[in-house]
Design a protein around this ligand. Sequence first.
Ligand SMILES: [Zn+2]
Ligand SMILES: [Zn+2]
Length: 287
Amino acid sequence: MNNAISSMPDENLYNLCKEYGERARIWRQRFAGLLPEVFKRKLYERKGFCSIFEFAKKLAGMSEEQVRLVLNLEKRFEEMPRLKSLLTDGKVSVNKLARIVSIAKRENEIFLVNQVQILSKSAVETLVRDEKFAKKYEGQDGLQESFFGSESLPGQTLNLSAEVSRKLLELQQKGIDINDLLIEFLKKREEEIAQKKEEISKEIIENQEEKPTTRHIPISIKRIIYAEHGTKCSIKTCQKPSAQIHHVQRFSAVPSHDPHNLTPLCKEHHELMHCRDLDYVEIRKRI
Ligand SMILES: [Zn+2]
Ligand SMILES: [Zn+2]
């Protein structure tokens, strides 16, 4: 065996590490799921361990902190049996479940059960942050606006270069209203982008028989999306760089790269957008 490992090519050795690591992760998760029952029965005492912590440490190398987390989570999910069984069946990692506990309630339990099984850890974190933000503005009109609108984020200040500041000051000293001037410029920019999008859209509609067969967005269309949204995710509360241009209406349902149907998203928000789509959730679960 040792000989086999020492002569193994790097790639195979790496794949083996990944495979064993993944298996170890799953079995650790399952072990953690058993702990609430072990605790309830005080099985550790009967088996000669002085505490549940010693039990988990000796049998699975689990830290005291992780054991506390599992036991706390089980208590927090008391009223939410579906989430609780994700924990006790070892289906989802303790760390991922710990992230959603602050937003979990009976009303969103089924939604969370679905999401937490398919989302990556960083997408779960983003989901929790967005839910908390939504809660803050609950009952207020324009929540959608606050997510997707173009209002500036609090705490952000303008980063004017010395040259621009000097030039604007010069104009102001001449009695020119620089606010009017800038508003005019911004309006023009918006109109140009809207017009360009309209042109592309019209062209697409006119050539409807040539529906795109690939999700790959032509560079000319990408350019206008970036001109409109810059380099960041288009979710207003998010400042992460955009990673993908998302088709708002699913590409499989509406195979078109109409720029009105495109928006750039960060990796996490892209994952969230797709996982909100229940058909997609079902497909992913079957894989
Ligand atoms: Zn997408
Ligand atoms: Zn984002």
